[in-house]
Ligand binder design. Structure first.
Ligand code: COA
Length: 405
């Protein structure tokens, strides 16, 4: 016969160190259950918590038996479903359609397919057509993420858009996307950390969820870098592309352990001493123009691997995981040589590295969500997989996130 519930009690007590005194005695005493038995069972289950306060819900039944569930603060979980948009066509000032190959760039600047492939691994990129904006790409990515996740815009509390190529100086491009999605509640804002933008935005979303500020957040990376490239500068125009990707991050109760699902740890860094090595030579408060991307390529290359491996080692230290434990490494897609050198230094097996730079080029804040989505769509990433994200970009900014899908 089913047991009849006499009532429930909720309180917070120190993991592994609870006693029958208040608040346990006060909350459960009235049910006449054996307090010592409850305390013993609770302390056994939470003995690893080291006195950390743990919320607990106790169900007491008419026969004075009980069961209970312990909760930890919610951790962010990336929904399996996500979206990937790498769309657009046409080289600026030309009316071509489709992808832009290295051979097409040979017609524009003094370069060669061989030089580009050898130095960067890039074979093609996508360029937004005239009139196609960052908001257009970001909106498509967000819509696809919602549809894949089976969610409506009403289910979302917050939109965070990582971009360095907004539609306008203000308002934020994310509010344009919010409006187009028909979202009348919640909030939306842009984040700018250049190529590290998605890792910064994901980390921000995770923190908002852990504090209980939001339950579901769309995190978008969307860029139209083609609009800030100097198409006469062969040292930069061959490297970048346009695109967008989005994921939805949602609150989920987890144990607070490295075996949890969701974002396990994130580590962000920046150092403005390097601000002139990769920058845009215009802006609203300086020239009053949009400006063009400028880069000391060799300098960027020189710092990239050390910075990337530094934050990844922090992520390993925080969780106890190592490269051997990873299922997938999804790095920012700037340059295949940087990715290969980082993976080699960290002893990450090449077959665990997701590479999209060959067909997308460097799409800045969009590169990681686009790569993630590609590996999800083709079935490489499976639920429960341990995934390492990293990025480095202008500022310099850099960061790493370790998560379990
Ligand atoms: N096609 C042909 N030749 C090119 C060229 C191009 N697109 N771009 C530059 N060159 C030439 C240079 O003018 C130079 O010629 P020179 O020796 O006659 O002066 C030569 O190639 C070597 O240039 P250098 O800049 O030293 O090349 P590199 O080996 O450092 O490779 C990068 C250049 C940009 C590919 C490389 O520095 C790099 O990947 N840097 C990191 C860039 C990056 O990822 N940035 C984004 C971070 S988010």
């Amino acid at each position: 016969m089913a047991k009849k519930l006499a009532g429930t009690a909720k309180f917070q007590i120190p993991g592994g160190q609870a006693t029958p005194a208040p608040p346990v005695g006060t909350a459960l005493g009235k049910f006449g259950i054996n307090l010592g038995q409850f305390v013993q069972a609770f302390n056994d289950k939470t003995k690893d918590a080291g006195g950390m306060m743990i919320p607990v819900v106790v169900n007491v039944y008419n026969d004075r038996s009980f069961d209970f569930i312990t909760k930890s603060p919610p951790a962010a979980v990336l929904l399996k479903k996500a979206a990937n948009i790498a769309k657009g066509s046409g080289v600026p000032n030309k009316t071509k359609v489709g992808k832009v190959t290295n051979a097409q760039l040979e017609d524009m600047v003094d370069t060669s397919d061989e030089w580009i492939v050898q130095r960067t691994g890039i074979r093609q990129r996508h360029i937004a057509v005239e009139g196609e904006t960052t908001a257009d790409l970001g909106e498509k990515a967000a819509r696809a993420a919602l549809s894949n996740a089976g969610l409506n815009i009403e289910d979302i509390d917050l939109i965070i858009l990582a971009t360095s190529t907004p539609n306008n100086t203000f308002p934020a491009t994310s509010v344009e996307i919010q409006h187009r999605l028909g979202m009348k509640h919640g909030a939306a804002f842009d984040m700018q950390a250049v190529c590290s933008g998605f890792v910064f935005a994901l980390t921000t979303a995770d923190q908002y969820i852990r504090t209980g500020f939001a339950k579901r957040i769309i995190v978008i990376g969307a860029e139209t870098f083609s609009r800030i490239l100097d198409w006469e500068d062969r040292t930069t125009c061959v490297l970048f592309g346009d695109g967008a990707g989005a994921v939805i991050v949602e609150a989920s109760e987890q144990e607070g352990k490295p075996t949890d699902r969701g974002i396990l740890t994130s580590h962000l860094r920046s150092d403005g001493a390097h601000r002139d090595k990769l920058y845009v030579d215009g802006g609203p408060s300086t020239t009053g123009t949009v400006g063009h991307l400028r880069m000391a390529g060799r300098e960027v290359f020189r710092h990239a691997v050390a910075m990337i491996t530094d934050v990844i080692e922090d992520a390993y230290q925080a969780t106890g995981y190592t490269s051997q434990d990873l299922d997938w490494f999804v790095p920012h897609q700037a340059n295949k040589r940087i990715i290969d050198a980082s993976a080699k230094k960290l002893k990450i097996a090449p077959q665990k590295v997701v590479i999209t730079v060959d067909h997308h080029g460097n799409t800045s804040a969009a590169s990681i969500p686009m790569a993630l989505c590609e590996a999800l769509a083709d079935g490489r990433i499976q639920p429960g997989n341990l995934i390492l994200l990293e990025a480095m970009g202008g500022g310099f900014t850099w960061g790493a996130t370790l998560l379990r899908w």
